[in-house]
Design a binder for this molecule. Sequence first.
Ligand SMILES: Oc1cc(O)c2c(c1)O[C@H](c1ccc(O)c(O)c1)[C@@H](O)[C@H]2O
Ligand SMILES: O=C(O)CCC(=O)C(=O)O
Length: 359
Amino acid sequence: MAPARVESLALSGLAAIPPEYVRPVEERPTECVLKVKGVEDEGPQIPVVDIAGWDSADEEIKKEIGRQVAKASREWGVMQLLNHGISEILIERLQAAGKAFFDLPVEEKEKYANDHAAGKIAGYGSKLANNASGQLEWEDYYFHLLWPEQRRDMTTWPKHPQEYIEVTDAYGREIRKLVTKILATLSSDLGVEEERLERVLGGENLEMQLKINYYPRCPQPELALGVEAHTDISALTFLLHNMVPGLQLFYEGKWVTAKCIPGALIVHIGDQVEILSNGKFTSGLHRGLVNKEKVRISWAVFCDPPKDALIGPMKEVVDESNPPLFPAKTFKEHTDHKLFKKAQAQAEAQAAKKLDQST
Ligand SMILES: Oc1cc(O)c2c(c1)O[C@H](c1ccc(O)c(O)c1)[C@@H](O)[C@H]2O
Ligand SMILES: O=C(O)CCC(=O)C(=O)O
């Protein structure tokens, strides 16, 4: 049976969210970040890096950009890129196409329903209730493989609107070029050859998955999360959104709300780059909040190694004073291990809660 769609719940006009969406007190967002325009100007902010000069002939300009990208990757594990070279028109068309799909009635979208329980994640979905805790996220999503081209199953891509395929494909090609540039910069910073990270991550076989996150209006945003706190299993993740705040990064013990910067592309360092760099670059803990007045939509492109790629700290970043912090695992083992650990932690939290209630 397909899980309940959050959009249908939101449209039913309920005043209180069902208990499966209510987060434990310690996970709930604090009030100040929920206001649409309420992103504070004070305190630390996600680094913003202008990469306009990346292709410049001036080596000093390129080096400075490299330094900023590496610094953000070490200290935050996330950055907002300006002048990334992807045209505003393409981004507008991508976002219009994704929105047009989600504007379809739920019954139409159901024709694309995925079957996550059976391992088929591609298509329209909502988080499945985990047996242990039953905890759900206030979002529906659309997920499909974007790259490499020859491995895509176009039957899993939306057929409406008509331009979805063209613009999403064009966006994927642009992101693929940025992947090469960022991995080259990070490789140089680690003191290995520029092509190294990309090669270890599969080269031509590096995969990109697109997840469009659709967060309906929520009557009790102070109790829910759109996406719970996690680090990405990917190597890199690229994120666009519809200018409604909601993304938060955990930094120096506090949740920091990402400012909505017109034209910026958010880049997260994922677990695979953290592992390959032996922790020199950080896979940042982040989460997504929801909102009472506005629907939030975000477009995440996860860049992953192939499932069978063995990922461990690169030998050049390990020595006697920097012993390996992570065991080498295939990407599939890493994913399975992380999902298992999460399910286990939720089961333990649920058991502790029940015990607490019975005493
Ligand atoms: O290939 C990936 C890499 C990632 O980093 C992630 C991913 C896939 O999917 C996660 C996801 C997708 C669908 C769901 O219902 C989820 O609960 C999680 C995503 O969060 C991300 O970590
Ligand atoms: O919507 C966002 O800003 C965050 C999405 C996210 O973290 C995810 O899809 O994994």
